[in-house]
Design a protein around this ligand. Structure first.
Ligand code: ZN
Ligand code: ZN
Ligand code: FE
Length: 748
């Protein structure tokens, strides 16, 4: 008689690495394992998430499939190992306590926006968390801003001081509950509390007052975005001239009244990162004109924490929500600190007693080439690692000077800090040092070398030189393209196009319009051959020309027309405020003197400065009141104009271009057409160099490529000619991405 064979039992061990902690992965594994009647265990270790399951091979196969297909959406798996082992004879499936002794290589998760389930409970009068501003679950809530150590467990977060009540404990310990091991789990009985009321804060906002709100990654300053007087007061007190403010909208529906929002932009707004998304404003709304001045975009975000949901539910109008700091200072995170530092800015405070471990600004994202392009990487994205092809030495990359971020290389991962800011003030440099210390401590990371910029005056370079560790100096524009190539996993040779405002060149000049043939940025001999660049011109007054774009214009006119016709540009000043024009006339004669005598004139190949010059010549902007302002205005001027016409820019020589711009000015050609012809000239130049290079892969990086018209047009033109184009996704094209490039270029 034949006996049906027992299905053979097998044991499977799976290790997952990446962002797998704090996303409800263990309850998810528990659920599918028990549904498939498998035995074994799952645990979070500091080396990753480890699962062992035992059962018939068919069920194990299905387990693997479901693990892949149904995993929590916040989880990011960067590595997966599985092995078959001898049967152990487990009797049930269980979740084991975390172990913390193996090496730390697990990603810390970013903060996640409130999920739909939690939002429903928040507004359900029957729910025990009705209107509780700190509700969260394994699918949402604070992470990076509350974690003090890994693995990510409650004792390693600032929630350790709140003892779970019996109800919360039951949820926390129940594998089938949405709050199973939700580390920040809390309720009105046991969790953090507000110091003040939402009603009072809203009343203050209605009165036009400035409210300092303790948010997720630090204090935010809130003000009614429809009230120009209130906005003006905020600008004065914060010392912020014209840089646009971001808005928080009560809901997507309200946001639609103010902006054009595409389906892809809706996805970004409603994503777990819930960033500020740059949207096109609709005309004729009641948003105060001094919110974004002449910016073509409105930065908009939706409520992303229960506290924000409650506040926005109560005040149903758009609010400015900006970092709680004075310009150029780090964001305040602690209550006592905020009470002092924001005392002269805010009229009203709304605080709470859940401590914030580290400052994390709101991130800024814009749709470019049909996908998200990160312009400021902080809350919701930091500190997710960027997985790279090569194994890196233990390097600490300290980034640039403006929009600073720092990074550490851990094996094949680069962990990039949140946006720290411009290292202009003592406070900002303090925040920079703190961020380094914090990142290293969190990952138990001991750097063996430091990578920094070539610029000797950058605060980050100076820090590197004093660190006592071996220093690798990485050229700024090479770091830009290396970052973009690394995050796109570009293999083989490529043409790296690196355009920005300023960076220290290998020859000591200010670079910013560079083309590199990169054979292999990973090989021993790092090869960056500078195959083309903008024809150099002089910046009269050096750094002063960065702020005052008209200086670049004067310099180019001087080169093209000589002394005689230089004054020809004067009519363009009519567009500026008259008081300013008076000052400019004065400085202009000084600048002309500098140019004639070649005194204090610094050579540059910067495309960013060429943008400034053209913006000045067209009369659109004589100054940059914030980085990139003139270029932004020039891009915006194109509007919906469509033209294929381009100025001549043969081999990057701006001579013929300036002649053509001035001829158009005399013929009273519109600024829109001048702006379009200028942008198109840059695209033509890119095509020319790309064709000559013989390379097929093109990498675009540097702050100039925040220009959507330029980036999209260049990418489309290149792609239609068979080139493969790589642009940034996970890190910004501006100097916020430099640290990644420095890290990948530091390998021996
Ligand atoms: Zn939730
Ligand atoms: Zn509780
Ligand atoms: Fe740069």
């Amino acid at each position: 008689m034949m006996v049906a064979a027992q299905p053979a039992l097998q044991r499977l061990r799976i290790t997952l690495r990446g962002a797998v902690q704090g996303v409800g992965f263990r309850p998810f594994v528990y659920r599918i394992a028990t549904e498939l009647s498998l035995t074994g265990w799952v645990l979070n270790s500091s080396a990753g998430l480890v699962v062992e399951v035992e059962g018939p091979s068919e069920a194990l196969g299905r387990f693997e499939q479901r693990l892949e297909r149904e995993r929590p959406k916040a989880a990011v798996i960067t590595e997966r190992e599985s092995s078959w082992l001898a049967v152990e004879g487990f009797t049930r499936f269980e979740i084991l306590a975390s172990d913390s002794d193996s090496g730390k290589s697990v990603n810390v998760l970013p903060d996640l926006a409130t999920c739909t389930d939690c939002r429903e409970e928040l507004f359900d009068p029957e729910n025990r968390r009705f209107e509780y501003p700190f509700t969260n679950c394994t699918n949402c809530g604070p992470r990076y801003t509350i974690v003090t150590d890994i693995p990510y467990d409650r004792p390693n977060t600032t929630m350790r001081e709140f003892v779970l009540c019996p109800d919360c404990r039951e949820e926390y310990e129940n594998p089938s509950d949405r709050r199973f091991h939700a580390q920040p789990n809390a309720c009105p009985v046991c969790g953090p509390q507000l110091d003040g009321t939402i009603e009072d804060a809203v009343e203050a906002l209605v009165q036009g007052e400035i409210v300092a709100l303790k948010g997720v990654g630090g204090f935010q300053l809130l003000v009614d975005a429809r009230n120009p007087d209130a906005v003006r007061r905020l600008r004065e007190r914060k010392h912020r001239e014209e840089k646009p403010f971001a808005l928080m909208m009560p809901s997507l529906e309200v946001a639609r009244k103010y902006c054009e929002i595409s389906p892809a932009e809706v996805q970004l707004l409603e994503s777990q990162a819930a960033p500020i998304v740059l949207l096109q404003p609709k005309p004729g709304t009641d948003i105060a004109p001094n919110v974004a001045h002449c910016s073509p975009y409105l930065g908009v975000m939706l409520p992303y924490s229960p506290l924000h949901h409650l506040l926005m539910q109560e005040c149903r109008f758009p609010l400015i929500a900006t970092s709680g700091n004075r310009s150029d200072e780090p964001i305040a995170i602690a209550n006592e600190e905020a009470a002092i530092r924001l005392k002269d800015i805010a009229d009203h405070f709304l605080m709470h007693n859940r401590p914030i471990v580290r400052a994390c600004d709101d991130s800024v994202v814009r749709l470019t080439r049909g996908r998200a392009g990160i312009l400021r990487r902080a809350r919701g994205y930091a500190p997710l690692g960027i997985h790279v092809r090569q194994s890196l030495p233990p390097v600490l990359a300290v980034g640039g000077h403006l929009k600073n971020t720092v990074a550490i290389g851990v094996g094949q991962d680069v962990f990039l800090s949140q946006h720290i800011g411009d290292l202009e003030t003592l406070e900002a440099r303090g925040a920079f040092e703190k961020a380094i210390e914090d990142l290293c401590r969190l990952y138990s990371f001991k750097p063996e070398l430091v990578a920094c910029d070539l610029h000797p005056d950058y605060a980050s370079t100076q820090w590197a030189e004093k660190s006592g560790l071996p220093v690798i100096r990485v050229q700024h524009h090479q770091a830009h393209v290396a970052a973009c190539a690394a995050e796109n996993d570009v293999q083989g040779a490529y043409l790296g196009i690196s355009w920005d405002g300023t960076g220290y060149g290998l020859d000591g000049a200010i670079w910013g319009g560079e083309f590199f043939r990169v054979e292999n940025q990973r090989a021993e001999a790092k090869q960056f051959e500078r195959i083309a660049h903008l024809r150099p011109f002089g910046l009269p007054g050096g750094d002063a020309a960065v702020r005052e774009g008209w200086r670049s214009a004067e310099s180019l006119l001087f080169e093209v027309f000589g002394e005689a016709e230089c004054g020809d540009s004067r009519p363009r000043l009519s567009g500026e405020r008259s008081s300013l024009a008076g000052q400019l006339q004065l400085s202009m004669s000084k600048v002309r003197h500098m140019l004639e005598r070649k005194i204090n004139v610094v050579p540059t190949t910067s495309v960013g400065r060429l943008f400034d010059a053209v913006a000045s010549l067209t009369g659109l902007a004589q100054q940059n009141r914030f980085e990139g302002q003139a270029a932004m205005l020039l891009e915006n001027e194109i509007g919906r104009l469509q033209t294929e016409e381009a100025y001549p820019l043969p081999g990057g020589d701006w001579g013929p271009l300036i002649l053509a711009v001035m001829a158009d000015k005399r013929a009273e050609v519109s600024a829109s057409l001048i702006a379009a012809r200028f942008h198109n000239a840059l695209v033509e130049w890119i095509l020319e160099v790309a064709a000559h290079s013989g390379l097929k892969q093109i990498v675009l990086s540097g702050g100039v490529f925040q220009n959507r018209y330029l980036t999209e047009r260049a990418a489309a033109a290149l792609e239609s000619r068979g080139f493969q184009v790589h642009t940034h996704r996970q890190v910004p094209p501006n100097d916020g991405g430099i640290a990644l490039g420095q890290a990948v270029m530091s390998q021996p």
